[in-house]
Design a protein around this ligand. Structure first.
Ligand code: EPZ
Length: 421
């Protein structure tokens, strides 16, 4: 196991390029099941992508990876995602829709709970039932069957679930007739998935709005596609400058998909200047001002940026109120930020941060992916040395984070942990 050792106090300077989106790559890779042929470019090299490729290989598909390109081909021989792989990544449930749509039977382990909340998959299952699948949950596995194939349906989701919308969209591309998904998630990753599916021959309209319509096809064809840039990684670099200070140019910056985050950091006093369609300059001039956020489904402030925003607010002047409405337990990083000297009070789904003048290096433990990012960027600004344990969480979703930060002047090293984690 490894940890990061960070010597804080260095301002960030230079240029950094945003990698391809993790949360767009995963569903699009699972969509390859629908056609048995996909070449996907700009795929980030990280642990969740490794797990997805392992699941596809386990099913019998050929998966070739060359740097950032993943090629999937062949037929599924075993329509199954086992516990051993699913427990490493909840997004494995995205295999369910494509498998039952194309192969009429799927066996996928139930993902179970996770560090940030209960995260059930009931809406995925209800939606698939509406598309005609028979669903049974037995021995920790979801078994979905549709011997006659799926048929289009009108589905209204109780909540605009991102994964649920993706699973149903993929399933509906091969269902007989028309499917309408209402109260659908509008996240940019949904739009990217719809574009990739369209390249594969699917007929989809309305992605990015709350009503998505899909006309089912008898089959889809092979396609090549390039994944969008990772909006959360891009936002994390804004937060890093907001915390550590300095001036950084960010390339491949998906501006339109980050407006809520840009707005809040600008309100806090961070200077964000758009230099081109996909390029921004971010600069910190003096302390930030305490600023409130409430997380919400897209286009609201993303829950995946809440921890990093909190890290920046720890050093802001005044008070910030941070409200989390998507997950019921996504404040684990707050306790660790306190170890660095942050003044934070947690009350249910709300956190009140009173800005302090300094953070002080300490040993801290990452509890989930975005929590680990918040601890790293807080460490960049803390006096002396911060050690972040359990960075395998960070490796799930950030490509070469420490190399990118080092290139910006940060003192951060990956070293072997003396602990069991
Ligand atoms: C996606 O998770 C992302 N993961 C998450 O990113 C992100 O935090 C989340 O969307 C919200 O934006 C991927 O794209 C792989 P949801 P997902 O279904 O699809 C409840 C990261 O850090 N819900 O929109 O699992 C659920 O419990 C990760 O990169 C149900 O109740 O999110 C949660 O409270 C973490 N029943 C809320 O909806 C269901 O059937 C939102 O979940 C499904 C969801």
């Amino acid at each position: 196991m490894f940890k990061f050792v960070i010597k804080g106090g260095k301002e960030l300077k230079g240029k950094v390029k945003v990698s391809g989106s993790k949360n767009a790559s995963l569903p699009i890779l699972f969509a390859s099941i629908l056609s048995g042929e996909l070449e996907l470019a700009n795929v980030p090299q990280l642990r969740d992508v490794d797990t997805t490729c392992k699941i596809l290989s386990h099913m019998g598909l050929n998966v070739e990876r060359e740097k950032k390109t993943v090629k999937v081909s062949g037929e599924v021989k075993k329509a199954e995602a086992p516990y051993e792989l699913v427990k490493m990544m909840r997004a494995s449930i995205l295999a369910l829709g494509p498998l039952v749509a194309r192969y009429r039977r799927a066996v996928v382990s139930l993902p179970g709970g996770c560090a940030i909340g209960l995260r059930p998959v009931d809406l995925h299952l209800k939606g698939l039932e509406k598309l005609g699948a028979r669903i049974e949950v037995k021995h920790g596995y979801v078994i979905a069957e549709a011997p006659e194939g799926l048929r289009g349906a009108d589905i209204t989701l109780d909540f605009p679930t991102v994964g649920g919308t993706e699973n149903l969209m993929m399933a509906a591309t091969l269902a007989k007739g028309k499917t309408v998904i209402r109260n659908a998630a509008k996240e940019p990753e949904i739009v990217d998935l719809a574009r990739a599916l369209r390249e594969m021959g699917a007929e989809i309209e309305g992605e990015g709005t709350d009503t998505i319509e899909i006309k089912g096809k008898a089959e889809l064809r092979g396609a090549t596609y390039r994944v969008m840039a990772d909006r959360i990684e891009a936002g994390t670099f804004l937060a890093a400058v907001g915390t550590a200070g300095g001036e950084v140019e960010i390339e491949d910056f998906p501006y339109e998909s980050l407006t809520a985050v840009i707005e809040k950091f600008s309100e806090a006093g961070l200077k964000i200047e758009r230099l081109g369609e996909k390029r921004v300059r971010v600069k910190k001039v003096g302390a930030l001002k305490g600023t409130d956020i409430t997380t919400a489904p897209y286009p609201g402030f993303p829950t995946d940026m809440q921890a990093q925003f909190m890290a920046a607010m720890c050093l802001a002047e005044g008070v910030s109120v941070i409200k989390e409405t998507i997950f019921e337990n996504r404040f684990m990083h707050a306790l660790e930020l306190q170890r660095l000297g942050a003044d934070i009070k947690i009350d249910g789904n709300t956190v009140v941060v009173k800005g302090v003048e300094k953070l002080y290096g300490a040993k801290v433990t990452a509890t989930d992916l975005r929590a680990s990012a918040s601890l790293v960027i807080a460490g960049l600004a803390a006096e002396n040395t911060t050690e972040v344990y359990r960075i395998y969480h960070l490796d799930r979703g950030y490509e070469k984070m420490e190399e990118k930060l080092r290139a910006l002047g940060a003192e951060i090293e990956r070293v072997k942990s003396e602990l069991n984690y």
